[in-house]
Design a protein around this ligand. Structure first.
Ligand code: FPP
Length: 258
């Protein structure tokens, strides 16, 4: 665990490959989602055991609305089942649960369960667990800008925008994992992954295990992260601190430098 300290605090996962996993077994695609949802519980447990600050899971994108209604309904019902099944464990482990995205079209009962669990856990200090549901990265940025405009801002900086995102307490993403073999980011956490390490595995989500998860984390923790600098630094905030100190030093030695 010590190798991870200050290196990997926030992990985001694109849980891809459910449909192909099921089709490869001559089963309907939704069977892959059902199997995939039990993997979700395992990975959340592992993230908690590893002492991560935040885990953000892509469970339903804005683009997923174009899937057949039956598949969409299955994903809705798996979310509801997850909430009912995991509620006690989430409370017991002090996890802070949040759904990021547009949940307005979810069934009322599911919305109630989400809001209830968010309220019950908002003061928790353990793992921050974000479920991205009805989520799109561009739309999150647009909604953050609109919030700032509503607040009366006429000019903003990066920190203002970061704070107006759906889950600012999670911080930047340090590692983005995508299962299922494709190598793209699919409109996921576009602002937050600016300096993230990317890891693509061909394992389809229903076959993803806590061992593979842990292995990826330790492999990536060994990579050097430079955040655009020459020597490695352990976190983005440290990088910003160094940049500020350098700027101040330069200003002291040559006052004309802007
Ligand atoms: C991508 O697989 C996965 C999704 C669209 C949804 C992810 C959902 C789960 C892991 C299960 C739901 C769990 C909860 C708790 C809500 P895909 O169907 O795009 O796979 P493919 O690329 O093989 O077609």
């Amino acid at each position: 665990m010590s190798r991870l300290e200050n290196k990997i605090k926030h992990i985001a996962i694109i849980m891809d490959g459910n449909g192909r996993w099921a089709q490869g077994r001559c089963r309907p695609r939704i069977w892959g989602h059902v199997r995939g949802s039990s993997v979700v519980s395992e990975i959340v447990e592992e993230a908690d055991d590893l002492g991560l600050r935040a885990l953000t899971l892509y469970a339903f994108s804005t683009e997923n609305w174009s899937r057949p209604p039956k598949e969409v309904m299955t994903l809705f019902s798996l979310l509801k089942k997850f909430l009912l099944k995991e509620k006690n464990k989430i409370l017991k482990n002090g996890v802070r649960f949040k759904v990021i995205g547009d949940i307005s079209t979810l069934p009322d009962k599911t919305k109630e369960l989400i809001v209830d669990l968010e309220n019950l856990t908002k003061g928790n200090k353990g793992l921050i667990l974000n479920f991205a549901f009805g989520y799109g990265g561009r739309s999150e940025i647009v909604s953050a800008v609109n919030r700032l405009i509503l607040d009366g801002k006429t000019q903003i900086n990066e920190n203002d925008l970061t704070q107006a995102l759906f889950a600012p307490e999670s911080g930047d993403v340090d590692l983005l994992i995508r299962t299922g073999g494709d190598q793209r980011v699919s409109n996921f956490l576009l602002w937050q992954i600016a300096y993230a390490e990317l890891f693509f595995t061909s394992t389809k989500w229903p076959d993803f295990t806590r061992e593979e998860f842990r292995g990826i984390i330790y492999q990536v923790a060994g990579r050097e992260r430079r955040f655009g600098q020459i020597e490695s630094v352990d976190s983005l905030s440290e990088s910003h601190r160094m940049a500020k100190t350098n700027k101040e030093l330069l200003e002291k030695t040559s006052p004309q430098v802007q």
